[in-house]
Ligand binder design. Structure first.
Ligand code: ARG
Ligand code: ZN
Length: 884
């Protein structure tokens, strides 16, 4: 069943108060709900004669035990039940509904609604999980205050948590106890949360800008109590940052985070009680990499920021998901940029967007940032809604400037506090606060697909004018043949022959407006002419990736090398290096396809040599620039991806660079490794940068196959004090031909960390991603490992996900065995956990990218899934759309 945005109607009834009592037992749980309901005045206009409309409550997998309306007990003739609704006929416009249902969290493997993760009870209600807890109007525009009482066995579940403030608690007969929580802020049901378990917590406090004391608590299973400090530090930084940058203050007396091992996504912003995948909370030097530390910081911030962008102001309906997600991703990205290196953060985000979101935009699931239809909303927690949505918010920020943007967010929060609103409301606040019009800009919300932007230059030496002509277009996407032009903010600068920035004055302007500026492209074709340009300049275009488009400009390799060194925009220095690498790799790919010997353009080696030799450069930037574009990115930019050629070309380049630059790489490696040993692990930006460069150097060095490199690698693996160095060394070993050293390292690592599931996830991932021959067989073997289970989403992602997404040569084996393997597990997961099943399916949906033989094999697996029996709406939507 397809749901359309155009069919949106305000709810017939509202729920002002929600009183819940949970009785948690080992073999079932009972949920009592008392709902104070009234007719929505907005919908009541023509009520008098016709009587009241029926009340249709959502509810799934609930066993209804009792129902009463205003103290009148309802019997079977008083309501209708189907597998997802309870329908009854109100007789007055205001009434109280009491229900009791029985549910089974103990056997809930979908991890949606109330479920158990290990021994603890927890919830995940976004988007539509609350309907698996009780009968309710489970839609974000129905906002209610919640009072929640939980009763459970005292010794198994000493900690009982819900949203808001703790009100009362006590003991009961028979070893049970109870606690009541009250959340004074009206919220939709998707923000409800409950936790019961044997948990320890780390406590801290935060004093807000208005001197209010907030208690901070992070709850974890006892064995993880030593891995919480980093998340706590991140939380306090986030709270301060949101005050300073957005003027947003926290509003309850307590803020809690709970870490759970079994979780479908990263984390959830439930009011006052965020629930996190443990992988996004737990971090300490010995068990979590630098990247993991940064992810914890980012996710803690993201969920905290939702308190305003999501909770205080929420979404009217799920088509508006990007209203909170796109905005909040933008907020967390800016936070991370402020806490770490701004340029590196931008590089990482853009590389991720271009590799993954661009692929989504080019595939069968392409949809606008604000989709206009869906079958299963869980399938729309996408890179488009999140990452492209964040780019759309970033473009508004670029067009209005930081101050104008802040005026807009101030107005947005003030105007809509306590409301459930739309993306249009967000843009309207931006318009009203700045006195501007963003009508055309809003096409970014409604049109799907990645725009192309072709740029041509011409220089008139006589007139000293330089013109840039921009042509934009956007390929057809499902349901959208023709696209109207987008507003594209294009940040640019012009460099002279020495690499200096030229002052920019457009024809008709009185004076130069300084160097570097933002043009707003609005037409399908548009020409800008700069005057007083004394020599033919080199343009630096789309600085900072000012719009999510595919730009093409015919740079020569020498020009790219020049930009790599001289562009004042750090992002574009990296971008020039990437474009150079892409050109060089594409040449190797072509050589491979023609059966010619591979010859690497020595300019790439020279460019890398220059980078390594320049001690003044930010090491994090050097590391980013030494990283070749991934196979996934090379796939995305290919018309038809030649899996083997891409792999061969990239590996050849890595070996050649590793050999050609062996000495400078070794020097850098040794210097950085010596410092690592000297200082011990420090989780600060400069040290992270140093380790990143050290580890990329090590991976190149190992390409040489020299005993000296192996020795260095083993020394690092054995003698380091942190997971960043240890895991990098392990990954490099796994991808090497040193079979004995590899086997020993893997075994010792697993032995040492066998009781730490998050570390074992890394151990699975590193092996699943190994591109050496026999990858599928290795993964199949690992599936039998005692630490692996299909029931834990992190394990599925670490092994099956890493294999299908990061091991392209093995996944895309010509005989289709990789596809069959994935389809088998999607079918198994469909019955266990539909959300995870549908996520794992993504690589198969990209069949159009491959040769006809692989296309056939991939489609055959999709057909097999379709025919495999009863499919969840999650899996059905993706499979059917991919085959359409
Ligand atoms: N709102 C969460 C976030 O911060 C995502 C949770 C969605 N979960 C789900 N199963 N659909 O991004
Ligand atoms: Zn979010």
């Amino acid at each position: 069943k397809v749901i359309y945005l155009k069919d949106y109607q305000a709810p017939e009834y509202l729920i002002d108060e929600t009183n819940l009592t949970f009785e948690l037992y080992e073999d079932h749980s009972l949920v009592h709900a008392q709902l104070v309901i009234r007719r929505n005045p907005e919908r009541a206009a023509g009520d008098s004669g016709a009587g009241l409309p029926p009340l249709v409550l959502d509810g799934q997998q609930l066993e209804l035990l009792s129902l009463a309306m205003d103290d009148r007990v309802l019997g079977e003739g008083d309501y209708q039940l189907d597998d997802s609704h309870l329908t009854l006929q109100p007789v007055s416009s205001q009434f109280t509904l009491d229900s009791t249902v029985r549910i089974h969290p103990e056997s809930n493997t979908a991890l949606e609604g109330l479920y158990k993760s290990g021994t603890m009870f927890c919830t995940q209600c976004e988007a539509e999980g609350f309907r698996k807890i009780t009968y309710y109007l489970d839609r974000p525009d129905v906002m209610s205050t919640f009072t929640t009482t939980i009763t459970a066995e005292q010794h198994r579940y000493p900690v009982l948590l819900s949203n808001g403030n703790p009100m009362a608690s006590g003991a009961e007969e028979g070893g049970r106890h109870w606690a009541t929580w009250q959340d004074p802020f009206k919220k939709p049901a998707y923000l409800f949360a409950l936790v019961a378990g044997d948990l320890w917590c780390v406590e801290d406090t935060f004093t807000t800008m208005n001197q209010r004391e907030v208690a901070l608590r992070i709850y974890v299973e006892p064995e993880n109590i030593d891995k919480v400090q980093h998340a706590m530090d991140s939380l306090k930084k986030s709270m301060r940052w949101d005050e300073e940058v957005y003027g947003r203050e926290y509003d309850l007396d307590i803020f809690m985070i709970v870490a759970v091992n079994d979780f479908n996504m990263g984390a959830m912003e439930n009011k006052g009680l965020n629930i996190f995948n443990s992988s996004c909370v737990l971090a300490k030097a010995e068990t979590a990499t630098d990247a993991a530390h940064q992810r914890v910081e980012a996710v803690v911030a993201h969920e905290y920021f939702h308190n305003w962008s999501g909770n205080r102001v929420t979404c009217r309906d799920w088509f508006q998901l990007s209203l909170k997600e796109g905005f909040t991703v933008f907020r967390d990205a800016e936070f991370s940029a402020d806490m770490n290196s701004r340029t590196v953060k931008r590089i990482e985000d853009v590389a991720f967007l271009r590799t993954n979101q661009f692929a989504e935009d080019a595939g069968p699931m392409a949809h606008p940032v604000r989709p206009d239809s869906f079958m299963e909303i869980s399938n729309f927690y996408t890179l488009t809604v999140y990452e492209k949505g964040a780019e759309v918010v970033r473009m508004i920020h670029t067009l209005l400037g930081a101050e104008g943007f802040r005026k807009g967010t101030d107005l947005y929060f003030e105007r809509h506090d306590g409301q459930a609103v739309t993306c249009d409301d967000f843009v309207k606040a931006m318009e009203d606060a700045n006195g501007v019009e963003l009508t055309q800009f809003k096409r970014w919300y409604s049109q799907s697909g990645t725009p192309r932007l072709q740029v041509e230059e011409s220089y008139d030496a006589q007139a000293k004018t330089y013109s840039l002509t921009f042509r934009q277009s956007c390929p057809a996407t499902p349901g959208q043949k023709e696209k109207a032009p987008f507003v594209i903010p294009l940040a640019l600068g012009l460099l002279d022959g020495k690499g200096n920035e030229l002052p920019l004055r457009l024809q008709g302007e009185g004076a130069a407006q300084g160097v570097g500026r933002v043009l707003a492209l609005t037409e399908a074709e548009q020409c800008f002419t700069f005057v007083d340009i004394p020599e033919r300049p080199l343009p630096s275009l789309l600085r900072g990736f000012s719009a999510p488009v595919k730009l093409s400009f015919p740079y020569s390799r020498d020009q790219l090398m020049f930009l790599m060194q001289h562009d004042s925009d750090g992002f574009n220095r990296w971008e020039a290096g990437q474009q150079l690498s892409v050109q060089v790799l594409q040449e190797l790919i072509a050589q491979h396809q023609k059966g010619e010997p591979l010859v690497l353009d020595s300019r790439l080696v020279k460019a890398f040599d220059t980078l390594l030799g320049d001690e003044s450069l930010d090491q994090a930037m050097v590391a980013e620039m030494l990283s070749l574009p991934s196979e996934a990115y090379l796939t995305e930019i290919s018309e038809v991806a030649d899996v083997e050629a891409i792999h061969a070309a990239r590996e050849f380049a890595r070996v050649t660079i590793g050999e050609a630059l062996y000495q400078p790489l070794l020097a850098r490696y040794r210097a950085n490794r010596a410092l690592s040993r000297e200082t011990g692990y420090i989780a600060e930006a400069a040290h992270i940068a140093r380790r990143t460069l050290q580890n990329i150097a090590l991976s190149y060095l190992m390409q040489s196959g020299k005993a000296e490199a192996l020795e260095a690698c083993l020394e690092q693996f054995n003698d380091c004090d942190n997971m960043t160095e240890r895991l990098s060394a392990l990954a490099v070993l796994v991808n090497s031909a040193f079979e004995q050293a590899k086997a020993d390292a893997l075994q010792r690592f697993a032995e040492y960390f066998k009781d730490d599931p998050l570390v074992m996830d890394q151990w699975f991932s590193v092996q699943a991603g190994c591109g050496l021959p026999g990858g599928l067989e290795r993964v199949q073997e690992l599936m039998k490992h005692p630490a692996f289970t299909l029931k834990n989403p992190n394990k599925v992602r670490a092994l099956i996900g890493a294999f299908a997404n990061q091991n392209l040569v093995n996944f895309h084996r010509a005989d289709g065995a990789g596809y069959r393997f994935l389809a088998d597990h999607v079918i198994a997961l469909n019955a266990l956990n539909p959300q995870i099943a549908s996520r794992q399916l993504t690589p198969l949906t990209r069949w159009r990218k491959y040769d006809t033989s692989r296309q056939q094999l991939m489609k055959a697996e999709l057909e097999r899934i379709l025919a495999s029996g009863e499919l969840s709406s999650d899996v059905y939507e993706i499979v059917s759309k991919s085959l359409a």
